[in-house]
Design a protein around this ligand. Sequence first.
Ligand SMILES: [Cu+2]
Length: 149
Amino acid sequence: MSKKLIWVIVLVLVALGIFLLLRKEEVLAPNEELPAALPQEETTNTEVVNENLITYSDTGFAPSTLTVKVGDTVTWKNESDKSMWPASAMHPTHAVYPTTGGCLGSTFDACRGVLPGESWSFKFDIAGEWKYHNHLGPTFFGTVVVEEE
Ligand SMILES: [Cu+2]
């Protein structure tokens, strides 16, 4: 008698388990909008593609030397609480990077104070070791090494 009762209870529990499993699938089905969330992840990934980033803080530029390829764009991000003005060596003529037409010398020159939180980018088309500095605080400097492809 009691053995039969145990079997009934087991059957009821198994039936309940199956019922709950089926319900869980039903609950999941209306939330099937997961594929829509995937393109968003892809957009965040494309932003990370340009990793030629130099940050400027109160202790200077980091990394102090960045190596890139010809044609790459380097971005300077100002994470300090003062303006930064990345510009080619030498201060104050800014003429070492061999282009002309910048505000003082070479075009490798932000030509303005880049505010805290802002960024400035420059595309390097000439191979070499290009030193730069913060025109507003020339004790801070760094190097961009541009290698041939
Ligand atoms: Cu300067």
